[in-house]
Design a protein around this ligand. Structure first.
Ligand SMILES: CC(C)(COP(=O)(O)OP(=O)(O)OC[C@H]1O[C@@H](n2cnc3c(N)ncnc32)[C@H](O)[C@@H]1OP(=O)(O)O)[C@@H](O)C(=O)NCCC(=O)NCCS
Length: 172
């Protein structure tokens, strides 16, 4: 049986693990530069730990008085499809809510189906498209959710149980 995942704030000792996760998940930018950028938002930089391993991270910050922005999210390919991204998003949305923010936003590549499914499942919807948002010219969706409806939707998901889609993909 796996030890339970838990979420905590990023610590300087996590740098190497984040570097590895960043390089594995996104090959379009320099992971070192990004980690230093994430550290600026230390308050909203959370990691998921299982046993001794950092297996995922999320970074977000208050973009305005009402909006929290999720800047980056990644889960190790060895630990995907176990609900870790959902745990990380729950955590940052709670953090945004406790800061008095009302909505959360993010950008996602239009080709990133796993991430779009994840955000849609949690109640985010595409607000508009940013043309050629990414360095390779790919377009991105800006997705948004209202934080109150986010937590309401989570309760509904708990009530209706495990998604059929997860079963279709052959994961428990
Ligand atoms: C996107 C990512 C963060 C998902 O992490 P994860 O821990 O595997 O996601 P979860 O297990 O919490 O999945 C939750 C939901 O996401 C969606 N999802 C996740 N992986 C999926 C896949 N391979 N195909 C389709 N939908 C998927 C599903 O809706 C899933 O709910 P379900 O299992 O009840 O159907 C992970 O694949 C990743 O790190 N990818 C590379 C980096 C990246 O794309 N980051 C997001 C940038 S915007």
């Amino acid at each position: 049986m796996f030890p339970q995942p838990f979420i905590r704030r990023y610590l300087p000792d996590d740098e190497y693990s984040i570097l590895m996760l960043e390089a594995e998940a996104f090959n379009e930018h320099n992971p070192y530069e990004y980690i230093h950028f994430y550290e600026v938002f230390h308050d909203g930089f959370f990691v998921c730990v299982i046993g001794q391993d950092v297996v995922g991270f999320i970074v977000g910050y208050a973009l305005s008085e009402s909006e929290g922005h999720i800047f980056s999210l990644a889960v190790s390919k060895y630990y995907r499809n176990r609900g870790i991204a959902e745990l990380l998003i729950d955590h940052i949305c709670t953090y945004f809510l406790l800061k008095g923010l009302q909505k959360a936003s993010l950008e996602v590549r239009i080709s990133n189906k796993p991430a779009i499914n994840l955000y849609t499942k949690l109640g985010f919807s595409a607000a508009w498209m940013e043309f050629q948002y990414y360095s390779d010219g790919e377009d991105g969706y800006v997705m948004m959710t209202n934080l109150n409806s986010y937590f309401f939707r989570k309760e509904q998901i708990k009530f209706f149980g495990k998604s059929e889609k997860r079963k279709e993909r052959g994961v428990n």
